[in-house]
Design a binder for this molecule. Structure first.
Ligand SMILES: Nc1ncnc2c1ncn2[C@@H]1O[C@H](COP(=O)(O)OP(=O)(O)OP(=O)(O)O)[C@@H](O)[C@H]1O
Ligand SMILES: [Mg+2]
Length: 432
């Protein structure tokens, strides 16, 4: 990695990278601008695959195959892939920028601020994950042939939550490439066991039920307020053996409505034997939606967004300002005047673009097995896990009715005034 690679803003094909927002064992994530034909621009996320992996032909082949399939997914609960290509010798994916937190960050922020996440929002998050999975698993090509998409890495860092309260799953299928070769560095694969199905841990061939299991782990953790698999001291996360054994403790009682039914859904998602799990994400979503509706736990993105703003408004504004500032630096700089190395590598083959082809928080500081790459809220460490029986997610509170009623009275009063005014204005005047 050269110094020029680190310098921002810089051009990268048809993008201008202006802020680094994450780095993992596999990729660097940048916030970028992409210019549109008539001079407008749009913010996107560019996921630049690390050189070692970009140079690995087996990895590249699988990565491109999977990303081409994922680019076909168009759904409100999935972060849309915009472009896929190779630039400066690096594979990259450009995708929709979801301005907000990932679920791991949100849980850390809740933990730090001691703000419990209302259970209806926890259920909204899991429902949206299942909705995204259901759509992707069922996706067919133009000829009606099933694409056979499996996410393979459903985990909190791949669940993006926008400040508007939308929930979007990202990184479909990319994990498949990770298991592709001996050259794939250990740190890229590390820490994946925490959300792995037993069949994945056993190296069996996978279908959508592996993702259903991972969604079950997230539901279990949100309801329990702790990680499902506790990692051994000094380890970077739960072990493959833990994922293979898939021992799921009973969920603690938290006082949620019809709790046995909710626990039943979580435990069915987490059946070790996939034949005993929900047959697919669709069935699981139906049961969860029925539970939510029958227990008046329906939540909307609008309400979720308001709740995020209420509790994390300062962080949200800080992040927005940071992004704005970084983006404005792009405007202030004459990118064409940049040193030779940072000039666009204008590949006539359009950057070899492939896209067209194809209760109370005490705990979960570590909803990741990896060390945070950038930790905006500097969460406390999860090790050793405090044996808390407090719910991370708190039971829902009834919505305040008085506010709604007040609006009704005001509206009625305004209507009455308008009616009286209209009456006097249209009344025939006194006959002379
Ligand atoms: N489309 C996006 N919009 C906004 N933020 C994103 C987007 N994609 C990724 N991020 C942020 O960048 C972080 C790092 O992403 P990356 O996929 O490299 O690592 P990861 O999700 O922790 O690991 P992995 O995907 O390999 O399991 C994410 O956790 C998320 O916070
Ligand atoms: Mg990711």
């Amino acid at each position: 990695m050269t110094a020029a690679d680190e310098q921002l803003p810089r051009r990268f094909g048809r993008f201008v990278l202006f802020d680094k927002i994450g780095e993992g064992g596999m990729a660097r994530i940048y916030l970028a601008k992409s210019s549109t034909g008539l001079g407008g621009d749009r913010r996107v996320v560019v996921k630049q695959i690390l050189p070692l992996l970009s140079d690995n032909s087996e990895f590249s082949r699988l990565f491109i195959d999977e990303a081409k399939l994922s680019a076909k997914l168009t759904h409100g609960s999935i972060a849309q892939i915009i472009d896929l290509g190779r630039e400066e010798g690096r594979l990259y994916i450009a995708m929709e920028y979801v301005e907000g937190f990932d679920l791991r960050e949100l849980l850390r922020a809740c933990s730090k601020k001691q703000v419990p996440l209302p259970v209806e929002f926890a259920l909204l998050i899991v429902s949206e994950i299942l909705r995204a999975l259901d759509y992707a698993h069922r996706k067919r090509d133009e000829n009606g042939k099933k694409l056979g998409i499996v996410h393979r890495d459903v985990s909190p860092s791949n669940v993006l939550i926008s400040f508007e309260g939308e929930v979007k799953l990202c990184d479909f299928g990319i994990a498949r490439a990770m298991g592709s070769g001996e050259d794939v560095p250990e740190e890229a694969i590390q820490g994946k066991a925490g959300y792995m199905s037993p069949e994945a841990a056993n190296g069996e061939s996978l279908d959508g039920r592996a993702d259903v299991f991972a969604a079950g782990i997230m539901l279990w953790e949100l309801l329990a307020g702790r990680r499902l698999y506790r990692s051994a001291k000094g380890s970077s996360g739960p072990s493959l053996e833990q994922a293979q054994q898939a021992v799921v403790p009973e969920l603690p009682a938290r006082g949620y409505p019809d709790e046995a039914r909710l626990h039943g859904i979580a435990m069915k998602l987490l059946s070790k034997d996939r034949e005993k799990r929900y047959a697919d994400a669709h069935d699981a979503l139906r049961e969860l939606e029925d539970y939510v509706a029958e227990n008046s736990l329906v939540a909307s993105p609008l309400r979720f967004g308001e709740w995020l703003m209420e509790h994390f408004g300062a962080e949200i504004l800080e992040r927005r300002q940071h992004n704005e500032q970084a983006a404005n630096e792009v405007l202030d700089q004459d990118l064409d005047g940049m040193p030779e190395k940072q000039q666009p590598v204008v590949a006539p083959q359009a950057a070899a673009s492939l896209s067209a082809a194809g209760s109370e928080v005490q705990i979960p500081a570590a909803f990741s097995d990896r060390q945070p790459k950038s930790d905006p809220v500097s969460a406390p460490s999860f090790e050793p896990p405090p044996p808390s029986l407090q719910a991370f997610v708190r039971p829902s509170e009834p919505a305040p009715e008085s506010a709604g009623k007040a609006w009704l009275w005001i509206a009625l009063a305004v209507l009455a005034i308008v009616a009286v005014a209209v009456y006097f204005m249209t009344r025939p005047g006194p006959t002379p």
